[in-house]
Structures are given as structure tokens and as C-alpha cells.
Ligand binder design. Structure first.
Ligand code: ZN
Length: 414
């Protein structure tokens, strides 16, 4: 059992949420055999089937709608790589609940009414920009609905309007930081804080953005299927993101087995909405990897915390009891001098044991030098991922270039 505690109060809300969800064509069909009254314990709940993004796609366009369509005041959509989008309908309460959560995010990040919030995520079917906007307005701060792009205009508005809070993706925040530094206008920038949309981003990047912009950074979490960004955020103590669990219940599961992982262990976050009317979701698999943070935060907020996102479960491979995912390997290798960006990980099963071999390209040609880099890579894997690997240096251009950039881990065990 990990994630939140399934109390009687939460169970009652879950039952109500299932009752509401079953008013949609989608859940009426796939929960046909499930009665809310039968969900009496955490165990009953954990036996409910998961909902996947592909399931939601099949409900296109309005199969998720759990209220009379007249009650829907807005829709959002999350695109997919496969074509059919997912449509999420929102009632007035859903839109208002989302703004309340977002306002709470701003407050947690120390943003106040006097602040000027520079919003660079896009506006449109996607939930990004408009969520930041609604929260800012509810807080009573001044919103600058910039949207993405046109970096020159972003910077001049930032200077002229004295923006104090920057909302952006990590890559856009970095781009802005670089441009501001290049132009030598940092002394004209009034930014104090930056809210960065949740995605995996490395410590190096974090430090660069914080230093170059002179801001304090906050990680904000969310996904279109569950309101949008703003369902959780990190606080001044930078020890994970507080989750607004009065609006949803979350679990952290082993993506392979579907069972809850022990507290503190990495797994996939699964969300059940507790208050949503337009499109309630039961056990929705986010595929975001994180872990539960233990104890109470020093800020005193009662909301539980999850760690900054570690990656996507779709990319993860379990070996020797440890998880390997490309994002983690990428980051680890960038910290070893002499290793270039190209690498491959081979996992084989020999004589009853899993063997992990990591090939990496290096410009170092002499054998002694290569040996030192190999040892550094091996030590780093042992220390940070907890597994022993064989590291093999090869020359630049020796590894095959794949069309799909993500194919770096080859699991030959099955
Ligand atoms: Zn806190």
C-alpha cells in the first residue's frame, strides 16, 4: 500500500465518483458489472480495472461525458501520437475547482495579488495556458496571457510590464534565460519566481534557469485528463510536489504488475477523481513515474507529496530489482567526463543472471583513458541506480544510429 491512505471518507467519495462515472457511455459499458456499493475496502478498490488513455480515445467524441451535455461549459483535448484525440468535457464546477486548485498552487509558490504573472504555455484546446490564467485571475494577480513564441516580444513585455512570475516549460524557460543573458538585460528583469510545468528535467538545467534568471523554481504537476496543470506543486522546501488530494485520490503502482509499490519506491501514478462531474475518471494510468515522499513537509501543509517526475513508465525496464529508464541513463552519462551523447544498453540473461552492458561512444582513443572512463560509468551506475554493469567504450560513430532516437535500451531477455 502506498500513495494516499484509503480512509472511509475517501472510500465514500470513490463510490460516489464511480456512481457519477457510470452515467457516461464509456464507464456504463466498461463498469457494467461493477456496483459502487460493492467497493467497501481498499482491496475492493484496488481490484477495479485501470483506465488507459487508449480507452479514452475510443470514447471520442463525447463518450466520457457523465452529465447532460447542456451542463458542459468547456471542452479540452489532449492529442495523441496516434491520431484520435481525447475530449474532456468540463462543467462549471470542474472549471471552478480547477481554478481553486491553481490558485492554491500560486499561493504555495508564494505568489500574491501584487504579482504579475507572465504565462508562456499555449492557449487552446490543450489545458496549459488557460489553467495558469484562471488561477491567476482567481488569486487577483495580473495575468499576462503571452502564449509561446516570439521571444523578443516576451522579453520586452517582461521588462515593460515588470513581470514577477514566469510560467513556462523548462526548455522555454532555459531559452528565455539564455536570450536575456545574451542581451545583457538581466538587470531590467523583475522575475522572482518561476512555475515550471511538470516533465522530467535535469538538475543541471534547473540550476542554470534559477541562476541565469535569478528566480526561485517550482514544479507544477497536472495532465489534461485530470483537469490540467495545477493539481500539485512543490513548495519552498523543494522536497516533492504537494498534491491537492481533496479533489482526487492517487496510487503509485508497479507499471508491470499493477500492484501498489512500497512507500518511497518508484512507480507510476494512477489517479481517481473525487469531485469531477464532466468526465470522472477511475484509476486513470498517467504513465508518469514518481515516488511517494515520506513524512510531513517542513512547510506544514497537510497535503501528501510525490517526487519530481522521474520519467515515463512506457520507457522503463526492470533489471536486477532496479529500474532503468533512458532519461535516468541520459542524465547519469552527461555527468561523466569523456562520454559522448550516443550510447546503447544491452540486457541479456546468461546462466540464470541478468547481464547489463552499456556501450558508449568516446573521443578518447588511448586504452588507459578509456579504461578510466569505463570505470567512472560503472561506478556511477552502481552508486545512482544500484546495479553493476559492464561499461564498454567504443569510438565515435561506432554505434548504429537508429531512426527512433529512443531505441537505446535493448532487452534481449525474453
Ligand atoms: Zn511543503
Amino acid at each position: 500500500m502506498s500513495g494516499m491512505e484509503m480512509t472511509e471518507q475517501v472510500l465514500a467519495k470513490v463510490r460516489e465518483s464511480i456512481r457519477n462515472a457510470k452515467r457516461s457511455a464509456f464507464y456504463r459499458d466498461c463498469f457494467a458489472d461493477i456496483e459502487p456499493e460493492d467497493i467497501r475496502t481498499a482491496g475492493d478498490f484496488e481490484r477495479l480495472p485501470f483506465t488507459e488513455k487508449d480507452d479514452l480515445r475510443r470514447a471520442y467524441p463525447m463518450g466520457l461525458c457523465a452529465v447532460d451535455e447542456d451542463e458542459i461549459i468547456r471542452i479540452h483535448s489532449s492529442s495523441g501520437t496516434t491520431g484520435t484525440p481525447v475530449i474532456i468535457p468540463y462543467t462549471r464546477k470542474d472549471v471552478s475547482d480547477w481554478a481553486v486548485m491553481f490558485k492554491r498552487c500560486y499561493e504555495t509558490a508564494g505568489v500574491v495579488k501584487a504579482d504579475r504573472i507572465h504565462i508562456t504555455p499555449g492557449y487552446g484546446l490543450w489545458t496549459a495556458g488557460i489553467g495558469f490564467q484562471a488561477g491567476a485571475e482567481l488569486l487577483g494577480a495580473m495575468a499576462l496571457p503571452m502564449g509561446p513564441g516570439n521571444t523578443d516580444r516576451q522579453i520586452s513585455m517582461m521588462i515593460d510590464m515588470k513581470s514577477t512570475v514566469l510560467c513556462a516549460t523548462s526548455s522555454y524557460a532555459l531559452l528565455l534565460a539564455e536570450k536575456i543573458t545574451q542581451r545583457g538585460v538581466l538587470d531590467k528583469i523583475c522575475l522572482k519566481r518561476s512555475l515550471i510545468g511538470s516533465e522530467r528535467w535535469g538538475e543541471k538545467m534547473r540550476r542554470r534557469i534559477a541562476n541565469e534568471l535569478g528566480v526561485r523554481l517550482y514544479d507544477i504537476y497536472g495532465l489534461t485528463e485530470v483537469y490540467g496543470p495545477g493539481i500539485g506543486i512543490s513548495c519552498d522546501f523543494e522536497c516533492g510536489m504537494h498534491m491537492w488530494t481533496d479533489y482526487f485520490y492517487y496510487e503509485i503502482i508497479d507499471p508491470k504488475t499493477g500492484l501498489g509499490v512500497p512507500p518511497g519506491e518508484v512507480g507510476e501514478i494512477v489517479i481517481t477523481t473525487l469531485e469531477k462531474e464532466g468526465a470522472p475518471l477511475v484509476r486513470y494510468r498517467t504513465h508518469d513515474l514518481t515516488r511517494e515522499m515520506s513524512g510531513t513537509c517542513s512547510c506544514g501543509r497537510p497535503y501528501p507529496r510525490i517526487d519530481t517526475l522521474i520519467g515515463r513508465s512506457d520507457d522503463m525496464i526492470k533489471v536486477k530489482g532496479a529500474m532503468i529508464y533512458p532519461s535516468r541513463a541520459d542524465e547519469l552519462l552527461t555527468q561523466v567526463d569523456g562520454v559522448s551523447s550516443e550510447y546503447q544498453i544491452m540486457i541479456d540473461h546468461l546462466n540464470g543472471k541478468d547481464i547489463v552492458t552499456l556501450f558508449f561512444e568516446t573521443e578518447t582513443a588511448d586504452e588507459g583513458g578509456r579504461g578510466n572512463i569505463e570505470r567512472a560509468v560503472k561506478d556511477s551506475f552502481k552508486e545512482k541506480i544500484g546495479i553493476t554493469i559492464a561499461a564498454k567504450a567504443v569510438g565515435m560513430g561506432d554505434l548504429p544510429r537508429s531512426e527512433k532516437k529512443s531505441t537505446r535500451i535493448f532487452d534481449n531477455r525474453y
